[in-house]
Design a protein around this ligand. Sequence first.
Ligand code: PLP
Length: 389
Amino acid sequence: MQRIYLDANATTPVLPEIVDAMRPFWSESFGNPSSAHHSGQRTRAAVEDARTSVARLLNGTPREVVFTSGGTESDNLALFGILQPYLDRREPAHLITSQIEHHAVLYAAHFLQARGIEVTYLAPNADGVIDPSALEAALRPHTKLVSIMLANNETGVIQPVGKLARIAKAFSPSILVHTDAVQAAAKLPIDVSGELKNVDLLAISGHKMYAPQGTGILFVRKGVQLTPLFHGGPHERQRRAGTENVPGIVALGCASELALRWLSSEAPDDLRALTIRLEDGLSTAVPDTHINGSTLHRTPNTTNLRFDGVDAESLLIALDMQGISASFGAACQSGATEPSHVLLAMGLTPTAARSSLRLSLSRLTTAAEIDHALAIIPAAVARLRSASL
Ligand code: PLP
């Protein structure tokens, strides 16, 4: 059976070029980058080369790149790194985030809230976009951090983070701004010296950009003081203790170089065209299909579709049996019966949210695979609908 992977927002395969780049760093060049001897210096050079590549992807400087174990750690390092000191100081502190964040931000915010940090969770509009006027209304004299994601993992909707950051800084230059860019990196250009110049912290995960799981990056703008999550050695300029994951870091560097090349080619337009072909094909072939979220500002690879009267969990199982891997939201929610918090926040009813399916394409998805999916999905939806009559 042909298997078609339409769940790239959950994870991506590691590209062969990236596997090749990593390979020498397990058994040949295995030194600890903190060691002064030749073996250590070789891996140190590889780590610093990777840092330069990541900095190029973001248009930042290498010193601003902190390597972590993934998107979750990067988000936690940003939120706790800024707000933890206020837990001890008994000084009022306010965090503004949104209802549509990934749980890596949302649950970190809940934890901080339970320890006394005031938290405002901005609601999106029906298109899944955080309205800048909502941020304007929420800012307080004691607001310390604003954390709004760059692109949503479930809908692909892009948030106006550049504008939100400008609003926060205009209110008070001391407010720091974090963005979870896990679903935006390597899909959209990111410029921390241009549109995102008011963003102080930016999280990326390796396994959403063709590097391995368990690798990540936090961009920390020069001058931002961060309290580390881990205590130990002076790695990563005192911001993240622990011996570096050298093969993983090399992979992030290589993934950044490949992403830069990909972004400057026609490939993002081609990927968007494939996503739209899938979306249009399904909307035409399946009656009562709706697109969740804005189609104007979206990552090129994601569509979130609602099939009225269909239980998405049953649909996912049916599709999996026919070789199609999809999802109904965040991968870590799979198996959970709770409807998507993102779709609920956008105003969908629990039933509508439970009828929604996320299809996310990768750089490797082909037109033939989309056509095959278009031959399978409408029939699967029709079967489920007739079974529930
Ligand atoms: N943020 C977003 C938007 C995500 O989609 C994910 C993963 O799905 C994460 C954070 C967590 O990243 P990681 O799996 O690398 O911990």
